[in-house]
Write a protein that binds this ligand. Structure first.
Ligand code: AMP
Length: 361
């Protein structure tokens, strides 16, 4: 890409969920058009984009159509088939680079990458059968978190073992679907935080303050700013995020989740090569949201400031939580965002809200 993308250019977004929707809205504010590739018609992103190509993410004809119609292509989820991203990249810039997908799609590759650039993670062993599970658990004193290496999200495909005697695991790997697994050591963390950071085409980096995250049933429940952590912990988490961005020659927004230990040290848990649920608060508490920051980055525009004008708490509206909408709208400093989903199924993210506490009051 030579120079910033002119207004009126088309940005392709692979994936049509709420993250794609919020990216498309930010792109529109900057004068761009958006084309969404998503198999589900009338998806949340397509409702606000210029156009949707209704097809699977690895549909050859659809990918050619998308590449021909777009000036740059990005994505809103990390399980975009790497081969599809690479094929697109042969004819149009794909940002963040497909290498980021490769690293983020496999928990083993992710941890090896992080350790390779000096970032601490939980200890881990690959597990392909029950014998390997027993041996790995014995190594961790009988406790650990067993996860699928690929395609896990929102705590799905995970099993926690605490102080188990070794043995008695017959059938565990089969119950997990006989897919490649990873056993991680059980981290005794005090809290969970995430850093949302962005890197531009010129290598400049901005990072938002770390959010303190609470999960319920494996799904993000809330993100609170400021996190109850020391300045040293803030610096350590930001430094790790910046190191990851540089190592991947990254362009766009990344979300990095960390465990914070009792001594204030941080252990990286997961990287998401995209805008992130724990960064939704930025649309309400910052002049430039993570969504605009991402569009600025992939369009080759200068990044904006990542400063915060308010303390805040973001909460997800999951399933029936949408019944709270009327009450939330009655609160004076609450910013509501709904995703255009009509059916409030259990566990489905329907929207979110951010309660602001302006710093000046
Ligand atoms: P993940 O899908 O890796 O983000 O894991 C979902 C949640 O499970 C995390 O946010 C933690 O609360 C918990 N968890 C995951 N891995 C570990 C670990 N190695 N030790 C302790 N808790 C974990």
């Amino acid at each position: 890409m030579n120079g910033p993308l002119p207004a009126g250019s088309a940005i392709g977004i692979i994936g049509g969920g709420q993250l794609g929707r919020m990216l498309a809205m930010a792109a529109a504010r900057l004068g761009y058009r958006t084309i969404v590739l998503e198999p589900q018609a009338d998806c949340p992103a397509a409702q606000v984009a210029n156009r949707q190509i209704v097809a699977d993410y690895d549909d050859g004809a659809a990918l050619r159509e998308l590449a021909a119609a777009c000036d740059v292509i990005t994505y809103e989820f990390e399980n975009v088939p790497v081969t599809a991203a690479q094929r697109l990249a042969a004819s149009v810039p794909v940002l963040p680079p497909p290498r980021a997908l490769e690293v983020a799609q496999d928990r083993m590759a992710e941890k090896q990458f992080l350790n390779g650039i000096g970032i601490a993670t939980a200890r881990f062993f690959p597990v392909d059968n029950d014998e390997q599970l027993a041996a790995a658990l014995a190594n961790f004193g009988g406790s650990g978190v067993l996860k699928t290496r690929r395609l896990g999200y929102d705590g799905k495909g995970q099993r926690v073992f605490r102080n188990m005697e070794t043995g008695g695991f017959a059938g565990t790997c089969e119950a997990m679907g006989n897919v490649p697994l990873i056993l991680e050591s059980l981290v005794a963390f005090e809290r969970e935080i995430s850093v949302i950071a962005a890197r531009g085409t010129d290598g400049s980096v901005v990072a938002y303050d770390p959010a303190e995250n609470v999960h319920k049933n494996g799904i993000l429940h809330s993100s609170t700013l400021p996190a109850a952590i020391s300045a040293e912990t803030v610096s350590a988490a930001r430094a790790a995020a910046e190191k990851i961005l540089a190592a991947l020659d990254y362009v766009g927004v990344i979300g990095v989740e960390f465990f914070v230990l009792a001594d204030g040290g941080v252990i990286a848990n997961e990287i998401a090569p995209r805008v992130h649920n724990s960064g939704h608060w930025t649309e309400a508490a910052c002049a430039i949201s993570q969504f605009e920051q991402h569009i600025r980055a992939v369009a080759g525009l200068p990044l904006g400031a990542a400063g915060r004008h308010s303390h805040c708490v973001m909460e997800n509206l999951i399933g029936d939580d949408v019944d709270r909408v009327a009450a939330l709208l009655a609160e004076p400093d609450t910013v509501l965002h709904l995703y255009g989903k009509t059916e409030a199924r259990a566990g489905r993210k329907m929207g979110h809200f951010t309660r602001l506490k302006p710093l000046s009051r």
